[in-house]
Write a protein that binds this ligand. Structure first.
Ligand code: 9MJ
Length: 716
């Protein structure tokens, strides 16, 4: 668990100022976890660790109510919707459930209900016990029995419109069956993926070098929230219905009656759901489900108890963000102890170095665990940066006996060290300052938890991604040489470094196996490819700088650098000078000061550029490339075009060009591209499905044109 072995101070002993500091830290950490969980589908801590953080925050707020602010994580559920989907306001908010972690807390929950309802000593409120599916909550709005809108939970009040995606899920009926259909109803439940489907999907994704998901839940969320509905349709998503939001007439007056109705209406309801008549019954169900958990086929993270009578649910109502009539009884994370045999460093596609624990194999919750992520070097030291996973303040050493945990998720975690068992010979772990793959120096930026390899152009762990970036639209943009071809050529050893692109033809003329004989190629396509490569032997400085893939140097910063240095010779010699003066303490060179002084280039960008040039093999790769190409001054925008000086907004799903192409063409013509429509906007170019931006254009009286009109405008 995130903060376990070194017990944090008792809340009753906290002074107000200490509590305020901890409250702020916890709020920030929880928010960062929310964002990773809800918006990026990439959580870094287990649910149990997350729940522990939330519980502590709640306890601090209970003692110091003045610390509760409207944006405290206790006042909102999850995170605001990610960009890319339209927002939907839920007619009835989708609130979350309170948690219980022990039998006593469950008994207290029932007691609270009995007190609230003033039930007699021998009266037990019937309770429906439901497995708690670990998926993604959805709200489905039906009007006159027809599905009209589907939305994710989002922050509980506003979710994302995923109607088109949800229509591809077989378990979700488009039309409700039977009689007794309310005129308006919001059906709610969980989208999830079977464990075996998740494993098969990951295998396919890995083969295609596409996103690999950490667990079935992330896989379900990632599959649902796809802009391309065809991708969602190809994913094996399933849905269990279990509750509702707005309901114009209720077809039943109990929870179990409502579940039976949902089934008749065409939904899948979890078959294990049981009506319980006593606390013992409820706990028996919890233990039985706990035992069956591993063989259920889908992930659950606990059991939900709900008061069966709906009139009682209504009377019980809500406390802050959770219903008083329901609670989630969570499963404890499964843990085991084992020995840390070693720490390996993996280098990711962006140079991030991730430590991995090599463990003496041990069974945790029915699964053999021999590797666990250690996240970053602070995690090994037992400390944490803001928003990063934290352990217990004790550093990890090879030879240590450690506690390992699997909690719902597939990636196991090392949660704590058993200090009593530390061998005398165990030494503090020294995180490598060189990349284990290519030997380049590895640096950690201030405020960053991750150490990275600086060998952007030469590190084999990064090479393919860097090459794909090198040929991308805003960089070298070579026709016929996209990500797929780069991958093939890299796999066959034909293109390993940027310069290899420009020597491909020469080498091919001498090769025994010619490109034209490759599958999918021929005389003409190879000739076209070589011509496209030749056409890019002249490249503008800003594109070249962007193509190098230096950390933090995106399109905008590349332009700042190109404008300032004017030529590749100036840029290279200034950066080489700055790199030579680089020390642990800083950089006192004039060249560095000059770089750092460019408006818009701060310390982070300046340091990243200098680190790139401090790696001699990057400079060699650049020099090799320069022997094959000619670098032109930064591309000048056309000042005489019809759109020069205008501000343009592109909206809707563009069909004639990609968004990057649209932006590049507009900028070449001297226009500025903006993401939102205001009264300063001159022109809106709208593709199919354009929505709110069109309304904004109307409001501000901005001219709207089609993609074809745009092409005519810039070509004319
Ligand atoms: C899950 N996740 O399986 C609820 N849930 O009810 C079940 N969640 C729930 N019920 C009201 N079975 C709010 C959330």
């Amino acid at each position: 668990m995130a903060s376990k072995a070194k017990t944090p101070p008792d809340i009753s002993s906290l002074t107000r100022s200490k509590a305020a500091v901890e409250h702020k830290r916890l709020a920030l950490e929880i928010e960062a976890h929310n964002e990773r969980y809800y918006q990026k589908d990439a959580p870094t801590v287990s649910d149990a660790a997350y729940d522990a953080l939330r519980k502590r925050l709640e306890a601090i707020e209970a003692r110091f109510p003045e610390l509760v602010t409207s944006n405290s994580p206790t006042q909102t559920v999850g995170a605001s919707p990610a960009r890319g989907f339209a927002k939907v306001q839920h007619a009835v908010p989708m609130l979350s459930l309170g948690n219980a972690f022990s039998d006593e807390e469950v008994a207290e929950f029932v007691e609270r209900i009995r007190r609230f309802l003033k039930l007699g000593a021998d009266e037990f409120p019937a309770i429906v016990a439901e497995p708690k599916i670990d998926g993604l909550s959805l709200s489905l709005r039906y009007e006159n029995g027809e599905l009209v809108r589907a939305a994710t939970r989002g922050d509980g009040f506003i979710g994302e419109d995923v109607t088109a995606n949800v229509r591809t899920i077989k378990d979700v009926p488009n039309t409700l069956k039977g009689r007794n259909i309310p005129a308006a109803c919001e059906m709610r439940g969980e989208v999830y993926m079977l464990k075996r489907d998740f494993l098969a999907l990951n295998k396919k994704q890995a083969e295609a070098e596409d996103t690999v998901f950490a667990n079935p839940r992330n896989s379900a969320a990632g599959s649902l929230r796809q802009k391309d509905v065809a991708i969602t349709a190809s994913r094996p998503l399933k849905f269990f219905a279990y509750t509702w939001g707005e309901m114009s007439e209720r077809p039943a007056d109990t929870q179990h009656g409502m579940l039976a109705w949902m089934e008749k209406a065409g939904f899948t309801v979890n078959p294990l759901i049981t009506l319980c008549k006593s606390v013992e019954d409820v706990l028996k169900f919890y233990r039985k489900i706990g035992e069956e958990r591993a063989s259920l086929g889908y992930d659950i993270d606990g059991v939900v108890y709900k008061v069966d009578r709906l009139d009682w649910q209504d009377r019980l109502g809500f406390v802050s963000r959770s219903p008083r009539w329901a609670i989630a009884h969570k499963f404890a994370a499964e843990q085991a102890t084992t020995v840390l045999n070693g720490i390996d460093i993996q280098v990711g596609r962006t140079g991030a170095m991730t430590p991995v624990a090599r463990l003496e194999p041990v069974t945790v919750g029915g699964v053999v665990v021999q590797n666990a992520t250690l996240h970053n070097e602070d995690y090994i030291r037992g400390i944490g940066n803001d928003g990063q996973p934290i352990r217990d303040g004790v550093d990890l050493r090879v030879g240590d006996t450690v506690v390992v945990q699997r909690a719902g998720d597939v990636i196991p975690q090392v949660v704590s060290v058993i200090l009593d068992k530390r061998p005398k010979s165990a030494k503090p772990y020294k995180f490598p300052d060189k990349c284990p793959i290519c030997g380049s120096h590895a640096v950690r930026e201030e405020g960053e938890a991750v150490r990275r390899c600086t060998g952007a152009l030469i590190c084999p762990a990064q090479a393919v991604e860097r090459l794909k970036h090198f040929v991308s639209r805003l960089a070298f943009d070579i026709d016929g040489l996209g990500e797929k071809q780069i991958q093939e050529f890299y796999d066959d050893g034909l293109i390993m470094h940027p310069v290899d692109i420009f020597t491909l033809e020469k080498r091919d003329s001498r090769a025994a196996k010619k490109l034209r004989d490759r599958e999918g190629y021929g005389e003409v396509s190879v000739r076209n490819l070589f011509a496209a490569i030749d056409a890019r032997r002249k490249i503008e400085l800003n594109r070249l700088i962007f193509a190098l893939g230096i950390r933090h140097v995106g399109e905008g910063n590349a332009k700042l650098l190109a404008r300032h240095y004017g030529s590749i010779e100036n840029f290279r010699s200034a950066m080489t000078e700055a790199a030579a003066a680089q020390t642990e303490e800083g950089n006192g060179s004039e060249a560095y000061a000059d770089l750092n002084n460019i408006g818009g280039v701060g310390d982070i960008v300046a340091d990243a550029v200098v680190e790139f040039f401090a790696e001699k093999r990057n400079v060699k790769a650049l020099n090799d490339l320069l022997s094959e190409i000619e670098v032109l001054p930064m591309e000048q925008a056309r000042r005489d075009s019809a759109v020069a000086g205008k501000t343009v907004v592109f909206t809707g799903s563009l069909e004639k060009f990609t968004r990057d192409e649209a932006k590049a063409s507009a900028e070449r013509m001297g226009a500025k591209v903006s993401g939102s429509v205001s009264k300063k906007t001159d022109l809106v170019v709208a593709g199919p499905g354009a929505g709110s931006k069109l309304k904004d254009a109307e409001k501000h009286g901005v001219k709207v044109i089609s993609e074809d009109d745009w092409l005519k405008l810039i070509e004319g």
